[in-house]
Write a protein of this length. Sequence first.
Length: 582
Amino acid sequence: MSSFSTPPKEVSTLIAEFLKRRGVHTVFGLQGGHIQPIWDQAARLGIRIVDVRDERAAVHMAQAHAELSGELGVAMVTAGPGVTNTVTAIANAHISGTPLLLIGGCPPRPQINMGPLQDVAHTEILRPITRQSRTARVSEQVIRELDEAVARAFGDGGEPGPVYLEIPTDVLRESVPAALVLDEHMAPKNRRSSFANPEDLKAAASMISEAKRLVVVTGRGARRSTNALEAFLKSTDCVYLDTQETKGLLSEKNAAHVGAVRGRAMAEADLVLVVGRKLDYQLGYGSPAAWPNARFIRIADTASELIDNRRGGVEILADVSVALDGLTAIVGSLQRESDEVWAAEMRTEHARRVESSRTSLGDSPAGADGSMHPNRIFDALHKLNLQNPILIADGGDLLSFARIGLPSGKYLDSGAFGCLGVGVPYAIAASLEFEDTPVVCVSGDGAFGFNAIELDTAVRHGARAVFIVANNSAWNIERYDQETNYGLVVGTELGATDYAAWARAAGAYGERVENPEDLLPALRRAMEAAPAVLDVVVTREAVSSDATKGLGFVPDYQALMPWNDAEIRRRSSDEPASGLCT
C-alpha cells in the first residue's frame, strides 16, 4: 500500500464530517449509548452539541433553528424511548414543512429480533410523519443515505419536511475505505430553483389586471421571497394578509398590510393570490363561506400548497421568487381595473385599528379577581421597544392575544398543528443561533409546563431568552368552552404555581409580577439577567377572540363559529356551487 493512501474511517467519523461539510454547526439532542459514536465525533469536530432534558425539545429546537436560519435543523436521539419521545415534535415539523434531519439510534445488527435494549420499529412509527424514514444497515451506504435524506428534507422529490435515519451501533463502529466514500455524496448542494411556465404567468397576470379587489396571502413557501413579494405588492398596489407562517416576513410599516381588517378583506376580495400557503382551517379552507366573492391564483414550490381545498384559476408550481418576479414584470405593463378607493379604505381602517389596538392595550381592565388583563404584557413589550427582536408565542388562549398584541419582529408560534409547548425550546434555539438578538417568549401557563424543564438547558448553554408566563391557573380556552357550552368545569383548572420560583431553582432569573405598573421595570431586569422567567399573574376572565368565536368548541365544518355558521348557510342554499376558480 502506498504511504500516501487515505486510511479507512469509521462511519461515525464520516457522519460527523458530512454534517460539518453541510454547514451544520449545532446539533440538538439527548445522549445515549446507541448514538455515542456520532455524538463523540461531532463534538471532536467542533459541532456544538446542545444537550436537552427531553428529546421532544431537541426536535423543537432543531425546527426553530431551521425556520429562523433557513438552514437544515439537526437533532440526534438514542434508540427506543429516545426516538418515540420525538413523535409530537416530528409531527409538528411535518405539518410545518420544516427541513429537519433526525438521526436515531438502533440496536446492533447481531441482536436484531432477539429482544435487544430499546428496540422498537422506529422507522414504521415515524414513516407517516416524515418525508423519508429509513435504517442504514450497510456501512459504505450510510453517507449516500444521508445525502438523500437531506435532499428530501429540503423538498427534492416532493415536499420539504423532517426525515429520519437510524444507523445500528455496530455499523457506526465499522470502518469504510476512502474509495467507497464518494465526494458527490459528502459535498454541499445548492437549492434547486424551478421556473414558471410563461403561459401560466400571462394567464395569472390577465386575471390580476381584471381584478378590482386583489388580496395577497402568504405562507411557508414565501419565507425566502421577501424582496420579490415587496416588489409585487408595490407594483400592483394591492392589499396583503400575512398568516401565522409569515408574521414578521414584511415590516409592519409596509403599506400593503391590512391584517386588522382581515375579515372584511376575505369577504370582499374578488381575487386572492395565495403564495406558498395551504388553504387550511386558518383560512377557512378557502371555502366560499369565508371568501364569498373570490377567485384564486395559487403559487407554490410544492404541490401541497398549490392544490388543496380550493383550486386556482391559474396554478403555478415554481420557485416562489421567480414566479413573483415574473408576474411583477408582466403586470407592470398591463392596464389594471383595481378599485383604488376600496384599497385605500382598507389601509386607512387597518391603520386606525392598529393604532386603536395599540393604545388600548394599556387600558385593558383587570378582572373581578383583581388580576391584570394579559394585554398589559404586550403593552409593556411595546414600551420596552426592543430592536428587531425574535418573538415567540405559545399557548391556546394566550396565542390569540399575542397575535394581535405583540410588537413587530421575527415571529414563531405553535403553528397549524396547534402544538403547545414549543415556546421554551424555540426560544432557546433562537437565542443560541442569534446571540446578539433579543429573544422573548410569551406563553400561557399550561403551554409553559410542557417544556419548563428546559430552563435547565437554557442555563447550562447560556441561552439568554426571556420567558413571560401569562399565569391564569387554567387551560382557559377550554375552560371557557366548558362554562359556556356545557355548564361544568372539569380538568381545566391548574394550580397557582410559582413559575418564578421554578426558574430560580433551575438557576435562571425569576420574578413574579402581579401589578401592571411593575411589568416594564421587571422586563428590563429580566432582559439584563436572562435567561429569565417573568411569572405574570393574569385574570382568567379575559376572553380571547378565538374563545368567543368557538375555537374550543370545535365546530363541525369550520374552525371558527362565524365561518361555520356561514358554511351551514351555504350548504342549505339552493344556489349552484361555485366553479373551479369562482
